[in-house]
Design a protein around this ligand. Structure first.
Ligand code: 2U9
Length: 344
């Protein structure tokens, strides 16, 4: 019986040594140490042995069992280590290889121009204010002296969601909301950039959605000459230090008096060309002194405070600055157009 056990041991150890995979070792374990394995079998047959032999055989069987277990463990560790080394070898990264170039994006020209405009006005002490794109009729029209029957409020011109709610047609409601929130404190000195929406038919110069930047400065003693000074500084920083500006009388319901602002033609400098339609001037924004009624509605005493406001279309500024002839280029995401701007 002892010889049989020793033979089983040699057999098991030989198989352990030959195994090349952990799975095979598990099979060896079940085969030799399992409940139906040959060692258990031998132990079951011990009843037939003389009593003095039994402890010896039992001891040997346990010893062999322990040896096989130990060898199995050791071989499993060895194979696992080998597998790990092979895996590391296969997945090795050559850090000395040259990298693949990453295609960098560029600044969208509208974002670039908005940032330039913001920087110019931040430099003159303005803060940036933002507000909702979905607005109430009150903030978009009523508070800006555009009563219910005003032609600018025509259903045909605005995207109404309900009778009282619409997509804002300008960023002016942000100025009204800011004044209300400041509860009569001065100065209010803000610019408001953002998307606006109008029911226009899209063509080379019109878009039903575009970007606007409006400005508002309210304090004691703000005058039309402050407006001229600020806008001249803006024109020079944006289009060149020898720029001139010219104000032409105009009309807006929310400003009185109102003026359109022209800059000297950026192409010909004023002598007349195709871009300025031979006038020497190009219109870039609208402006005026805030209507006293609008100041009062927003909580500012018009007998004590005055203010100026202005508004411009960002696409128009960008088209002039970069010589772009079709507003739709901004929205069609053509890489050939966008990549020309680099990082603005
Ligand atoms: C408040 C009071 C007054 C904002 C102003 C303009 C003149 C103007 C247009 C330029 C081109 C809009 O993008 S555009 O179509 N804007 O001409 N906007 S004054 O006046 C305000 C705003 C808010 C409380």
């Amino acid at each position: 019986m002892q010889d049989k056990l020793l033979a089983l041991k040699d057999e098991a150890l030989a198989q352990i040594g030959a195994a090349q995979e952990v799975r095979q070792l598990q099979e060896v374990k079940v085969k030799y140490l399992g409940k139906k394995g040959p060692i258990t079998e031998v132990l079951r047959g011990m009843g037939a042995l003389p009593a003095e032999e039994r402890p010896k055989v039992g001891q040997l069987a346990n010893e062999i069992r322990r040896q096989i277990e130990e060898e199995l463990e050791a071989r499993i560790r060895e194979l696992e280590q080998k597998q790990l080394e092979e895996k590391l070898q296969q997945e090795k990264v050559d850090v000395t290889l040259p990298g693949r170039p990453v295609r960098e994006g560029t600044t969208h020209p509208l974002n670039g121009v908005i940032e330039q405009i913001e920087d110019i006005f931040l430099g003159m002490g303005f803060k940036i204010a933002e507000g909702p794109e979905v607005e109430s009729d009150y903030y978009n029209f009523e508070a800006l002296n555009l009563p219910k029957n005003h032609p600018a409020r025509d259903m045909q011109d605005s995207f109404y969601i309900t009778e009282e709610i619409l997509l804002r047609t300008h960023t002016s409601p942000v100025q009204v909301r800011t004044m209300e929130a400041m509860k009569g404190q001065v100065p209010v000195k803000i610019i408001c950039p953002g998307k606006v929406f109008r029911r226009d038919t899209d063509d080379a110069t019109h878009s039903h959605q575009f970007m606007q930047i409006e400005g508002l400065y309210v304090d004691e003693g703000v005058s039309m000459s402050d407006l001229k000074g600020i806008l001249l500084q803006f024109a020079r920083e944006m289009f060149g230090q020898n720029q001139q500006i010219r104000l032409r009388p105009s009309f807006f319901p929310f400003t009185e008096p109102s003026a359109e602002v022209d800059i000297s033609c950026i192409l010909c400098g004023g002598t007349g060309c195709r871009v300025c339609k031979h006038s020497g001037w190009i219109e870039i924004l609208g402006s005026g002194m805030v209507h006293p009624w609008v100041l009062e509605r927003a909580g500012y005493d018009p007998n004590k405070y005055t203010g100026f406001a202005f508004g411009m279309g960002v696409e128009r500024i960008a088209m002039l600055k970069y010589g772009i002839d079709d507003i739709r280029h901004f929205y069609t995401n053509d890489g050939r157009f966008l990549s020309q701007f680099g990082r603005i």
